[in-house]
Design a protein around this ligand. Sequence first.
Ligand code: AMP
Ligand code: MG
Length: 491
Amino acid sequence: MTERKAKIETGWNLDNSYARLPKSFFTSLNPTPVCSPKLIILNHSLATSLGLNVQALQSNDGVAVFAGNQIPEGALPLAQAYSGHQFGHFTMLGDGRALLLGEQIIPQGNRVDIQLKGSGKTPYSRGGDGRASLGPMLREYIISEAMHALGIATTRSLAVVTTGESIIRETYLPGAILTRVATSHLRVGTFEYVSNWGTLKELKALADYTLERHFPDVDVVENRYLFLLKEVIKRQALLIAKWQLVGFIHGVMNTDNMTISGETIDYGPCAFMDAYDPKTVFSSIDTYGRYAYGNQPHIAAWNLGRFAESLLPLLHVNKTQAIKLAQDEISSFNELYHCNWLTGMRAKLGIFNEELQDESIIQGLLNIMQKYGADYTNTFLALTFDKLEDMSMFGTKEFSQWNELWQARLSRQQESKASSHELMRNSNPALIPRNHRVEEALEAAVKHGDYNVMERFLDVLSNPYAHSSKQADYSTLPAPSNSPYRTFCGT
Ligand code: AMP
Ligand code: MG
């Protein structure tokens, strides 16, 4: 009797609403096939939550999809057109090395974009090779998943495959493709593109599509496009506050790298700050510190200004009125951001209620941290667990004076010390993806084909508020070095 093995379905359930938008918004094309794909990492929990079958995804056919060698049923691959302000300068961009396969309809009924990054040249490649290398794709995987676990809105990473092909950078590097999942890839730059080169009808189509996709409650409001602007500002004000609270530095906050959904996108030169210093910059090309840690809220407001400009014709028929509406909204960003930041900082210090002097208490601590070069994450950890011996800062007079103020502040609230401690535990991560640990994991993977270091790292990063003993190792600082940590974009 012949054995009949039922083929396990991968679970792809793709729709293509973006492909139904005006043709100028994208270019349809297939990924460029690669010679010898190999699955390096698959995000099992994410796959399952998307309604995908992890076993089937690991089969040759499953991996062929991640490599761009097979197009899953229902996909209509396309490169999205967008422009953007890069370091303040407006330019035409678009998916130069990525393709949207389609939108997966997940079991709950929502849709998420499935994008291959590193899938070959597109009409927007502008001289680039359309490819990506293994190190940066694994870096995006690690950091985006760490951000997700920290409770910060982000695109996710479903899988990384190597292509079996080398790509040329300063040297030959192993080619790789990342499968990125996002609630959408709509960017501020998408609006800038349509507003600059499209018709009013097209701009309206983009805005309506965005509203339908991200803000389905819009029907109850009077001015739907003003509502869109308000909501995007709200989401970004929350996102940037969350970045600041964990010391995340995006590194390349160009308008094409800012989503409408409020998710963090484009993990190129990003990194987490060690010693607290608002001027911290890691990106090798950010010479003037435009995207420094302390500048991120200002840059977000600037980018949202570009978003508002692109919406002007939809906000009001009268241009002066439209500008006034936009300006009023943009000026609300600072207050919204600040409020989120203050709430988050209070929680990091175990404070439940609000007092006027809270901000000066918080700023007082930050000033001392900056003066003594104290590690951002570990200072809050030490305060949480009352371990005030490890850092030189804790032995200073300034700190003991501050500590008295803080203790007095805590005693002025009804909640117990134990509740404060609990709040701090849940607000201060046991670890962040420290730069030297990220590099260690990437070196083992890329140079030695050893993925265990990365797997262990991903495991401890997956629950940063667990404060487990195996996480303690990951909070140690790198050995002092004379050369500062540097990151690179577009690699
Ligand atoms: P990023 O710095 O990743 O935000 O990329 C900025 C722009 O450069 C986007 O339009 C990318 O698609 C494009 N790009 C980056 N790397 C490549 C590459 N290797 N080939 C083609 N386009 C690229
Ligand atoms: Mg980008």
